[in-house]
Design a protein around this ligand. Sequence first.
Ligand code: SF4
Length: 217
Amino acid sequence: MVVHNNIGKILAVLSRLYPDARTELVFRNNFELLIAVMLSAQCTDRQVNKITAKLFKKYHNPDDIAVLTPDELAQDIRECGLYRNKSKNIVNTCRMLVERYGSEIPADMDELLSLPGVGRKSASVVLIVAFGKPAMPVDTHVFRLARRLGLSRGKTPEAVEKDLLAIIPPDQLGHVHHWIIYHGRRVCSARKPRCKECALQNLCPSRQPQDGFRSED
Ligand code: SF4
């Protein structure tokens, strides 16, 4: 773990920059959140919202999807990347929710990870958004920025997640991954971080003298 004296300052800057940062996925309950998160891999939130606007009019709970075949569900989500695989996972997940969890979404990391197609990042999103539990979804932006900002030297998403959970105050966890994702998309991109206009430049050990390609993330 990296002990980072600037964590409070970094979070203060990010909170000022992105006060409205939040998930762009549209959902009304935990079931809809889980399905939207499962659909969102390699698919924009906007596209997921377009698909789920119709999908959730047809299917209202895990029981409605558990009785479908993957091919039937695939017809409803075919505008989504990897739709055949996602369809199979969503149907199998809904069957498991019905059989093991009384059609409820479990509020436990291991139980969420037991659902087909639900990885650690998706499970963390559900835990933190649906249940307010301490969790840190580590996607490509969070992984990159945590390392650049010196918040973690972890070489895997799990290691970075552990470091961030250790240094970020629990009451801020719900916001931090959104702040970091926004900053990664707008300023600190993988190939061309805009360090000269970055509000974190005085706090960042990876600041580049000029904007440009970085050979190392
Ligand atoms: S100073 Fe540069 S490397 Fe550091 S967070 Fe800002 S854009 Fe990213």
